[in-house]
Write a new protein. Structure first.
Length: 234
């Protein structure tokens, strides 16, 4: 399916009162303006809001690439009421929702499992199978290091010339650089970490002896030993 197919299906939701995964946040799509690349909706309180279609496009592209998508992370904290694009997509018949680590996620199941304009929580057995795939995918794609360069734009450009990698924004000032052989993180000093190169090591449990650092909603423990910078994570 392409996003144009999805957009055609979203048009079928116009005028319906769409339930939200978070109770009390129902919305109604009033109109879609493809030329302006936005849609107009009415909230549960009766307020009228405009949302860019690019949000839905971004989430859809991620749904095609990943077993599950957490919408807040997908939109990198841009804008407010990010449950609204989540609600729109979750009301499509081939998207179901589930919780991952206590957070709402949505998944493209590639078949119609519920009617237009309704929600469906994923079956517990299917959800467990999906989470197993997610855990395996995370292990395979886990970043092996963090680099905080003097000039982040210049460094990314240089790496692209040498490696033909893909750069994804994880949060403000944090990027993942992915090649077909692995990935690493690139950040700025806004993380509160000095410039340099850091080795990322996965462990079963954080020892609790170093400084805690949060990068893209993931917890790391930072320590230096004989000139080597290490970030431990589970």
């Amino acid at each position: 399916m392409t996003f144009n197919d999805v957009l055609s299906d979203i048009k079928k939701l116009i005028g319906l009162r769409l339930s939200s995964i978070r109770p009390g946040a129902e919305i109604t799509i009033l109109s879609i303006d493809e030329e302006q690349d936005n849609l107009i909706l009415r909230t549960a309180s009766g307020a009228t809001r405009s949302r860019p279609l690019r949000e839905l496009r971004t989430i859809w592209n991620l749904l095609l690439q990943n077993p599950v998508v957490h919408v807040d992370e997908a939109l990198h904290g841009s804008g407010t009421s990010r449950n609204q694009p989540e609600t729109i997509l979750a009301n499509l018949p081939y998207i179901e929702w589930l919780k991952v680590n206590g957070k709402k996620n949505i998944a493209f199941v590639n078949q119609k499992t519920h009617p237009f304009g309704t929600l469906k929580e994923m079956d517990v057995f299917q959800a467990e199978e999906l989470l197993t795939r997610l855990r395996n995918q995370e292990k395979e794609s886990a970043p092996t290091g963090l680099i905080i360069p003097d000039d982040i734009s210049g460094f990314i450009s240089s790496m692209n010339r040498r490696c033909s990698g893909t750069t994804n924004t994880l949060q403000n000032g944090v990027y993942s650089f992915i090649t077909d052989q692995g990935s690493f993180l690139i950040g700025t000093e806004a993380l509160g970490i000095a410039k340099g190169t850091y080795l990322i090591v996965r462990v079963r449990k954080l020892p609790g002896a170093g400084r805690t650092v949060i990068i893209a909603n993931k917890e790391y423990e930072l320590f230096s030993e004989t000139g080597v910078n290490v970030l431990l994570t589970v």
